[in-house]
Design a protein around this ligand. Structure first.
Ligand code: SF4
Ligand code: SF4
Ligand code: SF4
Length: 480
């Protein structure tokens, strides 16, 4: 049997409402066609978007951001799906993974490799830990900063096809859901933000698993069945105690002959879930990168804040003569490397001054999971601001998917600009409430990750500082 991971001690069944007790949900989840039928439908949408976006760039004289809202591909991918995925991850865990078309592609490619007799490798610890995912996430952000990937349908189309290719190649070369575990650029985001999610696959009483003779959820010979497989991600379903790695694919729910696996709906940030006192390095690096990216994203909703945030890279580009792509590279280095390094070293230094005595590396890893909650709240805030501003463009983009005539008419003021669903002031207030709630949750996360340490107020300082920094920017949105 291949090595199992994601297993830690679990003695009591996790609390929550078992959705499988509800007949329609049970019928759907345990049906042989689930989740394949949804994955197939979404794969068709995925391919259609890749084809629709192919070769489309912003026409001359039209701002790239306005064109991105008018074009169906960029509107759907970046304006609607991405914010929904961030919100979905935080509230529902890896629910997107349940129906993700790329998992289907990697599943088929992995089976093809077996059929062809290719010698597939096992993911090494660094790849399985997410090292390549951090690099791919950073690379995508580089294309966002330097090439306006998120505003250009043609580049978005390349990205979709590139992901498809990566899913096929990685699954031909490595086994056991290698693309999801080691290469999907959204993998660490989903695994980190999704920890708090209300949807969770967990086993029932441990005594039922102890008495289970077949152990179908673990049996290696069931891994390559078409359906009711042992966990394709090599998790140990009876001992699952975190949403981190579970794709909610439902295979163990179907495989479990004693019917002891549950699909739980429970409050967010469930107390019973496991928290590592020290996050892994890939997770720590991901949260650091994301903190810089999210700070910039929050600033882009407030012109003055954006000017302040980008003052240094703008000055550097002016001094060095960097324009276009290279100016974007300078912005990327500032946003994803220098700002996070400065902020995190500052927070670790603050704790040191207050008397915390941890090695710097350990301190950064201790900060990662609580700060991830604040970063997720910032990401959701930007997502909400974007979603309410972009959604009104959908009818126009549906009528004219390439968006050229719409964007030109909007630029020439022959068409009225679609109004956002909520005013900036309303979005600002909602997001401040969200940030306040998540600051409290982040402090609680720190306490739950270190149950043996007496709680000291100073341990909450990094969460408060980053949370208040984000809140200050959000408060400024009302002023534009
Ligand atoms: S990890 Fe990535 S590829 Fe895998 S199911 Fe989730 S989103 Fe899809
Ligand atoms: S198949 Fe079901 S009862 Fe058996 S070990 Fe797995 S989860 Fe437990
Ligand atoms: S088989 Fe079960 S434990 Fe494994 S990823 Fe799917 S739902 Fe999660």
């Amino acid at each position: 049997m291949p090595e199992q991971h994601g297993a830690t001690t679990r003695t009591e069944p996790a609390a929550g409402f078992n959705l499988l007790a509800w007949r329609p949900v049970r019928g759907l989840i345990l049906w042989w066609g689930f989740p394949y039928i949804f994955q197939l439908a979404l794969l068709a949408v995925f391919l259609a978007l890749a084809v629709l976006g192919w070769g489309h760039y912003a026409p001359a004289g039209v701002p790239a951001k306005l064109f991105a809202k008018s074009n169906l591909v960029t509107l759907l991918v970046w304006g609607l799906w991405w914010p929904l995925m961030v919100w979905g991850a935080v509230w529902l865990g890896r629910a997107w993974c349940m129906v993700c078309p790329l998992e289907l592609v990697s599943n088929v490619a992995e089976r093809l490799a077996r059929r062809l007799g290719l010698r597939q490798r096992v993911l090494g610890p660094w790849l399985a830990g997410g090292a390549a995912i951090v690099a791919l996430f950073a690379a995508l952000q580089l294309f966002v900063a330097a090439a306006q990937l998120h505003r250009t349908p043609a580049y978005t189309s390349w990205m979709l096809l590139g992901l498809l290719l990566l899913a096929v190649v990685s699954s031909l070369l490595w086994k056991d859901r290698a693309f999801c575990r080691g290469f999907c650029p959204a993998g660490l985001l989903l695994a980190t933000y999704g920890r708090s999610g209300m949807l969770a696959v967990r086993a029932g009483p441990a005594s039922a698993c102890a008495a289970c003779a077949g152990k179908e959820c673990l049996a290696g010979e069931r891994r390559f069945r078409p359906d009711a497989r042992s966990c394709p991600s090599l998790l140990n379903p009876p001992k699952l105690n975190s949403n981190r790695d579970c794709l909610v694919c439902g295979q163990c729910l179907k495989a479990c002959a004693p019917d002891n696996m549950r699909l739980l709906l429970r409050p967010p940030f469930a107390r019973a879930d496991a928290r590592e006192p020290l996050a892994s390095w890939p997770v720590t690096l991901f949260v650091m990168l994301a903190s810089g990216f999210v700070m910039l994203e929050l600033c882009t909703e407030w012109k003055q804040a954006e000017a302040v945030f980008l003052a240094v890279p703008t000055w550097l580009s002016a001094q060095t003569g960097a324009t276009g792509f290279w100016a974007g590279v300078v912005k990327w280095v500032w946003t994803l490397l220098l700002v996070p390094a400065g902020v995190w070293l500052g927070l670790a230094g603050l704790l040191r001054l207050c008397g915390e005595r941890h090695a710097l590396a350990d301190q950064l890893r201790r900060l990662a999971l609580p700060l991830a909650v604040v970063v997720a709240a910032g990401h959701m805030s930007k997502g909400l601001a974007k979603f309410v501003a972009w959604l009104p463009f959908l009818p126009g983009a549906w009528r004219e998917p390439d968006g050229v005539a719409t964007a030109q008419a909007l630029t020439a003021k022959q068409l009225a600009m679609p109004a956002a669903l909520l005013t900036p002031a309303t979005v600002s207030v909602l997001c401040l409430l969200l940030m306040t709630l998540f600051i409290a949750c982040a402090v609680r996360e720190h306490r739950l990750a270190h149950p043996d340490e007496p709680f000291r107020l100073r341990a909450a300082l990094p969460v408060l500082v980053l949370g208040l920094l984000c809140a200050g920017i959000i408060a400024g949105w009302a002023s534009g």
